[in-house]
Design a protein around this ligand. Structure first.
Ligand code: THU
Length: 128
């Protein structure tokens, strides 16, 4: 699957975002080492901190199916490019042995994609 196709999966997932409080919808599509793709959306809550970001939603779906390592994650939002928040960066750090090889893709649209590795986005991420 190309970067563009992965981004389009994230964009497609956007339709199921549940964001009645912020009005900011996010969709994510992560690719496991196996090549399998899992999508997720942000899911907000009346008790605001109980909400979850699209990236952790997508990765949690995969991890709950047995995935333990990812190659790429694409993120689309109703507001254009959306880089992952700090909590999601640390969450991603748990599920790769080489953060320089986990690629985060986002962009204003599928014709303007930007890519950065997790190592660039989260230098010296915490590990036990
Ligand atoms: N959000 C994500 O889903 N991913 C991010 O990386 C940043 C923020 C969501 C959380 C909340 O539902 C909305 O965007 C506005 O912050």
């Amino acid at each position: 699957m190309t970067d563009r196709e992965l981004y389009l999966k994230a964009k497609e997932a956007l339709a199921n975002a549940y964001a009645p409080y912020s009005g900011f919808s996010v969709g994510a599509a992560c690719e496991a080492d196996s090549g399998e793709v899992y999508t997720g959306v942000n899911i907000e809550n009346a008790s605001y901190p109980a909400g979850i970001c699209a990236e952790r939603c997508a990765m949690s779906k995969a991890v709950s199916e047995g995935v333990r390592s990812f190659k790429r994650i694409a993120i689309a939002s109703s507001g254009g490019e959306a880089w992952p928040c700090g909590i999601c960066r640390q969450f991603m750090n748990e599920f790769t042995d080489s953060p320089e090889d986990l690629i985060v893709i986002t962009g204003a649209d599928e014709d303007h994609l930007e890519m950065m590795s997790l190592a660039e986005l989260l230098p010296k991420g915490f590990r036990l």
